[in-house]
Ligand binder design. Structure first.
Ligand code: GRF
Length: 192
């Protein structure tokens, strides 16, 4: 058995979680990032990858859905797990099959509420506030063929205050993500 577990991070946008995860594991020996994958050539996460010295892999919808190029690349980098961090496309069946129960995601609300297609970014926080919820938080879950429906691994909460805005709530939720996502990944992967 190889000693190091290798994680691929998939991200479509800013990549602040991707950076936190990469930094968290940089000085640890048992987990490392194989590459950061993105579908978005303009994603800031690609700049972060460059700065972190982590390879990045860009793909388009055709190669992701109609070919197995991404899978070949993942395997060539000896990837064991896929971590989604703000990745906006559904994961196709061939990747779910190749990484059974080894793909996880973080969602910026307490699933099963406020998830599903189109529920990402500020829309999630706006919906939470509009429905009068007293708390929100994060959900880390396994990925399956539907948006935000896989088995929940971990949740953490934060209060929604009376004068909360989508951006103030996003900030609270991001702090929870930064605090817990690397730790949950570490606990989960090292015990498997
Ligand atoms: C996070 O809020 C995460 O929960 C969601 O997408 C966002 C990504 O943010 N899945 P960032 O790109 O890591 O800054």
């Amino acid at each position: 058995m190889k000693a190091v577990t290798r994680i691929a991070i998939f991200a479509s946008g800013n990549g602040s979680n991707a950076q936190r995860i990469a930094e968290h594991f940089r000085d640890r020996n048992l987990l490392e990032i194989s590459a950061i994958y993105s579908n978005n050539p303009k994603a800031f996460v690609l700049k972060r990858a460059e700065k972190l010295g982590i390879p990045s892999v860009l793909f388009d919808r055709h190669s992701f859905l109609e070919t197995t190029d991404v899978l070949s690349d993942l395997l060539s980098r000896k990837t064991d797990w896929i971590v989604l961090a703000g990745f906006l496309w559904l994961i196709p069946g061939y990747l779910l099959d190749a990484f059974p129960n080894r793909i996880i995601n973080i969602h910026p609300a307490l699933l099963p509420k406020f998830g599903g297609k189109g529920m990402y970014g500020a829309r999630v926080h706006e919906a939470v506030i509009a429905s009068g919820e007293k708390e929100s938080g994060i959900t880390i879950h396994y990925v399956n063929a539907n948006y935000d429906e896989g088995q929940v691994i971990f949740q953490a909460n934060c209060p929604v205050s009376k004068d909360e805005t989508a951006s103030s709530l996003a900030e609270k939720v991001h702090q929870l993500e930064f605090e817990y996502y690397p730790k949950v990944i570490s606990d989960l992967l090292l015990k498997r």
